[in-house]
Design a protein around this ligand. Structure first.
Ligand code: GLU
Ligand code: ZN
Length: 505
């Protein structure tokens, strides 16, 4: 039997790192087993639903490059894949449980339920949840009250005793955690399956859909583990074969608490805004709670899709390490071509006003884009995030403010000497551009080295004032490449301005 797995988010918030981990593991599972990956929107909570969150879901996964085989946007044999469009089905199945005596109508008003809660609180009672008040209403009476228009919910009858009167226990198997046992008395008493407005609750809709959509494996976060006994009871009540459950290890912050905004970026939107690459996020997230080969860190999505297996999952929670993710990000930045990196970082370049304020992508000249693209070589090795890239390149696009004279002076030297050194640099500039075209960085380097030797000056001393004059700073991207990209005229103009500073006292 081929496998079918699903990601079943509720569009009540932005896509979060925990959610994409669940989606990714399901995608990897489907790919590693040659199965199908389904997206199902669990939008039954209409009060918290927002179309913006649904859009965020599609945007996030398009950005990540994770696609489903079936889902609301791509259709499939089990459509619709949106729970709010499947209401009739849930009603039908809730009624089926009513007929089988596995569920019952509860006519309690929300006011009554609130009163019990308040009474228990006042009496400091340990009991929580529904008091099973309507569990024993006779069928005829229940039907009559429903017909007369009384409002009701449908609740699941959780078995409390076995036929031999021993306390009922629910058992299910989890592929990662093994056999699990749960006392029925510890399950939320008779939870609502169908609300009075006719909408299902998560439990009913989730089980009906997993069954009807032929889901074979449920890989979801461990926080859902406490719902699973209830789901196991529901499968039994319907007489359906449950899927294989596999609850994924939790994702924690460094402090051992569930990963949240307090720890740093948590929504994918935020990671994206901070200049992470999808490849980094996927590679790192895929390793959260999963061990592959010892000592190997870098995997593409397709490699992971071949290697993934539930046997490689850890039971222990995974700790989300932002430093490690940064390492992945800088790795994937390094793997990009100049053209790719320029395109990826361009929005930040524009936002930072690199090409002047008011410039947008459309008004960039070809020359500006060419220079920006070529400049990627200068910063690729030093950028951890996309916005770091334009941040280091300001001096290529506008004249950097030149610092005061002291900044130009090498160690154990003085202003007069710095002036002489910079002059030496200036004299070399035309030779870097034989026939008006720039020599290679290596050729420039050799010329500078030769000059330093010939003039008996330290290479570092010769370069320091030149670097400050060209880039405006003692610390900068590679100098020779900067000279090459700026061209002879701009270099000479900057050096002349710097010489004026050094000539003063
Ligand atoms: N709708 C649930 C969620 O928001 C689905 C949980 C499950 O996978 O069963 O995550
Ligand atoms: Zn009731």
């Amino acid at each position: 039997m081929s496998t079918r797995v699903r990601y079943a988010p509720s569009p009540t918030g932005l896509q979060h790192i925990g959610g994409i981990r669940t989606a990714l593991f399901n995608w990897l599972f489907a790919h590693s087993t040659g199965g199908k990956f389904v997206l199902r929107l669990e939008d039954t909570d209409r009060t918290r639903y927002d179309p913006a969150f649904e859009q965020n879901l599609y945007d996030t996964f398009t950005w990540l490059g994770i696609y489903w085989d079936e889902g609301p946007d791509v259709k499939g044999p089990f459509a619709p894949y949106v729970q709010s469009q499947r209401n009739e089905l849930y009603q039908k199945y809730a009624n089926e449980l009513l007929d089988k005596g596995q569920a019952y109508r509860c006519f309690c008003s929300s006011q009554r339920l609130e009163e019990i809660r308040a009474q228990r609180e006042a009496a400091k009672s340990q009991e929580t949840g529904y008091d099973r008040h309507c569990r024993n209403i006779e069928c005829e009476e229940s039907d009559r009250r429903a017909k007369s228009g009384e409002s009701f919910t449908i609740r699941l009858k959780i078995p409390l005793n076995n036929t031999d009167n021993s306390a009922a226990i629910t058992r299910f198997y989890d592929k990662l955690l093994g056999d699990i046992e749960w006392k029925n008395s510890d399950i939320n008493p008779d939870p609502v399956l169908l609300k009075s407005d006719g909408f299902p609750t998560y439990h009913l809709a989730n089980i009906v859909d997993d069954h009807l959509m032929g889901i074979t494996h449920v890989l979801r976060a461990q926080e859902w583990l406490s719902s699973t006994p209830l789901h196991a009871i529901l499968y039994k009540a319907f007489g359906w074969e449950p899927p294989v459950f596999c609850h994924l290890p939790m994702v924690m912050g460094q402090d051992g608490k569930k990963l949240s905004k307090r720890h740093g970026a948590a929504s994918v939107d935020e990671f994206r805004r901070q200049g992470y690459l999808p490849e980094a996020l996927i590679n790192y997230t895929a390793l959260l709670g999963c061990s592959y080969e010892e000592g190997k860190d870098i995997y593409t999505k397709d490699e992971l899709g071949k290697l993934f297996s539930v046997d490689k999952l850890n039971k222990a929670p995974a700790v989300f390490d932002y430093k490690k993710l940064e390492w992945y990000n800088s790795h994937y930045i390094r793997m990009k071509s100049n053209k790719e990196l320029a395109a990826l970082s361009l929005p930040w370049a524009i936002e930072q006003g690199l090409f002047g304020t008011g410039k947008d992508g459309g008004s960039l000249t070809e020359k500006e884009m060419e220079l920006y693209t070529a400049a990627m070589d200068l910063v690729r090795e030093r950028a951890n995030y996309l916005p770091d890239i334009p941040a280091k390149l300001g001096y290529l696009f506008s004249e950097p403010p030149l610092p005061q004279a002291e900044e130009f002076i090498p160690k154990k030297s003085d202003q007069k000497n710095a002036y002489a050194l910079l002059h030496m640099g200036k004299d070399m500039i035309p030779s870097f551009f034989p026939d008006g075209k720039a020599a290679s960085d290596e050729e420039i380097e050799n010329m500078v080295k030769e000059k330093a030797e010939k003039e008996s000056v330290k290479l570092g001393d010769l370069l320091m004032p030149l670097r400050v004059a060209i880039t405006g700073s003692r610390v900068s991207p590679p100098l020779f490449a900067s000279i090459r990209l700026l061209g002879e005229t701009r270099c000479l103009a900057r050096i002349n301005s710097a010489l004026t500073i050094l000539a003063g006292d």
